[in-house]
Design a protein around this ligand. Structure first.
Ligand code: HEM
Length: 239
């Protein structure tokens, strides 16, 4: 698989198949999300929901498969050797753009499941169509406690399985951080509920923020791709 992804790309001369495929799919998913935003703006709640759902599921499947296949070894993370430009540009432009991109992608991966769940909670089905229902939308505090207890339970089970399987402490820490993030998102919902008690308004405001996040992800992935394969390809540096 690694070898397949390292084959020459189809978009620019210096790109690899992995990089071109990754960039192209990132563009497709982001554009699908932005189209879903446009549908919501036109009042097409059900089409908006369907498109978000399909693109979110395929995006997550793609992310997991792609990063697993490349073992997180995106050329960008392989260090300066993968970058053909001057070292100053690498440190002061490329790395900040790359880290911003990775932070935005992480935020996006948190916001998508949050927004999908919030979307279902904030909607009613009227004549078969999803419609945002105005009014206060607050989860029962007992429900929050139950969710946290479930998360704690899952973490205990995961850690016990890790111990039994003899996994490294780094793997255990990674699982701990993932589960802490999920617990954090549940906590965040409590804060957002206070700030925006109206469920429909919450969906619109936080949803717009999420869509802007996707537009920024598109900008930063384009900048990373351009710097790596168009402006400063490796060949240019090595002659
Ligand atoms: C990643 C997930 C989602 C995001 C980012 C998102 C974002 C948005 C945004 C930004 C709007 C307001 C459009 C505007 O006025 O600017 C909106 C409206 C709406 N959303 Fe979502 N949404 C998501 C998921 C869902 C889901 C899962 C459902 C249904 C179960 C849903 C149902 C609706 C409905 C019914 C509207 C109102 C459309 C209208 O004005 O008639 N959304 N959404």
């Amino acid at each position: 698989m690694q070898e397949f992804l390292k084959k020459p790309g189809f978009m620019v001369q210096s790109g690899t198949l992995g990089a071109d495929l990754s960039y192209l799919l990132a563009v497709v998913f982001t554009v699908l999300f932005l189209v879903a935003w446009w549908m919501a703006k036109k009042g097409q709640g059900t089409r908006h929901h369907k498109l978000i759902f399909v693109s979110a599921v395929s995006m997550v499947v793609y992310f997991v498969a792609y990063y697993y296949a490349r073992s997180l070894g995106v050329l960008a993370l392989e260090g300066k050797e993968g970058f053909g430009g001057p070292p100053e540009v690498y440190t002061s432009v490329f790395l900040p753009v790359l880290y911003t991109h990775l932070t935005l992608v992480t935020l996006g991966l948190i916001m998508v499941p949050y927004m999908i769940l919030e979307g279902f909670r904030a909607c009613d089905k009227v004549n078969g169509d999803y419609v945002l229902k105005p009014g206060e939308l607050k989860a029962d505090p007992k429900k929050f406690t139950r969710i946290w207890l479930w998360i704690l339970g899952v973490w205990v089970v995961v850690e016990v399985l890790c111990l039994l399987a003899g996994k490294s402490w780094q793997a255990q820490l990674a699982y701990f951080l993932i589960i802490m993030t999920i617990a954090g998102v549940v906590g965040l919902e409590k804060l957002i509920e206070k700030w925006l008690p109206d469920g429909a308004q919450r969906h619109r405001i936080v949803g717009r923020g999420t869509m802007v996040l996707f537009a920024l992800i598109l900008c930063t992935s384009t900048a990373t791709y351009l710097m790596l394969y168009v402006i400063y390809p490796l060949k240019a540096a090595t002659g």
